[in-house]
Design a protein around this ligand. Structure first.
Ligand code: NAI
Length: 396
């Protein structure tokens, strides 16, 4: 079928298999161009199909020749109906990994559930024996709690006061003011239940219990801090509470892995256009301005550049993993550079509908957004018939 982007609100409801495939190939080429990394060889990535998790899977496989198991929750295709992009990304990833002689299998289902944890445990037991790196990169709006049966929904709200600031509709380029009413206590608890560290700890406990963690195993989850501009709705809002919880959980997991000499880290990553971040108010304007400055300075990075640097310059240096005063790995160092933030803040004050396309990188934002769904990717013929039924080799 011929596939075109179809937008509904903040999401695109179609995706392009050939575009997703090209995106994955581009990321693989980037990793190969950077040379090999002396990293983990048996890797489990939870949230492996898009964004930072996909970049982690690609970096492990093509940077360190690692066997990878990827867990994700994606929509499979049907005749005449495209899959979600993470499905096509994973199909392309596995095809490329297998061509390169690398072990790669995937599990599609709810990572919060006991069933998917058990399936993953069975697969590791059968095929890998143990894993030495576990990347935890889930971004989800909901979690069905496996013990209580409660369905938790995360919200993106400020705590305490109404937050009013600018935002941009990146499709129309219209800059407007939005106000977000503060959350209630349940909102905080629910957001922490979905995006905090409880499920990460459950995964690590279950893997340890089944004796599937190799000595010295490392686990990494991803967090975000960001600037004062977005603080009220991000780091000091409901999602920030969840990230605080995630970061605190790293210490608990490290304690629980003491007998294996294992370690848990949180890596604070850069703001990037992903399906998760485009849904957060205010963030698209911040990212548009940030991209403009970082591109001007020649320090812009996407998910793959971030994760390549995380592995090469933080995780696998042969020395201690460098962390900040709160024990976190910082790979958001370039975003948070004082000169970058000062310039973004100046642009923020000036930004209006009439100038935002010029002072901000709205074009880059839009391109990255369409790229997430496999559209607007260089070298792809969008007029050609595409195979929407493209399958993932390890998923029958
Ligand atoms: P994403 O939306 O691109 O990827 C989310 C992944 O989680 C996908 O593989 C998806 O299939 C999987 N997933 C979601 N719900 C699932 C479920 N119930 N079961 C199994 N898999 C499920 O998100 P992104 O942006 O890569 O985020 C990953 C992590 O990185 C999050 O913790 C996020 O907060 C963090 N982060 C994101 C930043 C950004 O600007 N995008 C910046 C810094 C950190």
């Amino acid at each position: 079928m011929i596939i075109e982007p179809r937008m509904r609100g903040f999401i695109c409801t179609t995706s392009h298999p050939a575009g997703c495939e090209q995106n994955v190939k581009n990321q693989i080429e980037y990793i190969k161009s950077k040379g090999s990394i002396d990293g983990a060889k048996k890797v489990l990535v939870i949230g492996a199909s898009t964004g930072f998790g996909l970049a982690s899977r690609i970096t492990s496989a093509f940077g360190s020749d690692a066997a990878t198991i990827g867990v994700f929750f994606e929509k499979a295709p049907a005749e005449g109906k495209t899959a979600s992009p993470g499905w096509y990304n994973s199909a392309a990833f596995e095809a490329e990994a297998h061509k390169a002689g690398l072990y790669a299998k995937s599990i599609n289902g709810d990572a919060f559930s006991n069933e998917i944890k058990q399936q993953t445990i069975d697969l590791i037991k059968a095929d890998l024996g143990q894993v030495d790196l576990i990347i935890y990169s889930l971004a989800s709006p909901v979690r069905l709690h496996p013990v209580t049966g409660v369905l938790h929904r995360s919200v993106l709200k400020p705590i305490g006061d109404t937050f009013t600031n600018k935002t941009v509709d990146f499709h129309s380029g219209k800059v407007s003011e939005i106000s977000i009413a503060p959350c209630n206590d349940d909102d905080i608890q629910n957001t922490v239940a979905v995006m905090g560290g409880e499920d990460w700890a459950m995964w690590i406990d279950a893997l340890k219990e089944a004796n599937l963690l190799a000595p010295g195993a490392t686990t990494v989850a991803y967090s975000y801090i960001g600037p004062a501009l977005t603080e009220a709705v991000y780091r000091k809002g409901t999602i920030g509470r969840a990230k605080d919880h995630l970061e605190a959980t790293a210490f608990e997991i490290t304690n629980s892995l003491a007998d294996l000499n294992g370690k848990a880290f949180v890596s604070v990553n850069k703001a990037l256009v992903t399906q998760a971040s485009s849904a957060i108010p205010v963030i698209p304007l911040y990212i548009s301005l940030l991209y403009k400055i970082m591109k001007q300075e020649g320090i812009h990075e996407g998910c793959i550049e971030q994760i390549q640097r995380l592995y090469e310059e933080r995780l696998y240096t042969n020395g201690e993993v460098p962390v900040d005063e709160s024990g976190r790995i910082r790979i958001d160092d370039l975003e948070m550079r004082a000169d970058v933030q000062e310039k973004v803040a100046l642009l923020w004050d000036q930004a209006v509908t009439e100038n935002v396309a010029e002072i901000g990188d709205l074009e880059g934002y839009r391109k990255d957004f369409y790229n997430l769904f496999g559209f607007d990717v260089a070298g792809v013929d969008y007029k050609a018939e595409a195979n929407e039924m493209m399958g993932i080799e390890s998923i029958a």
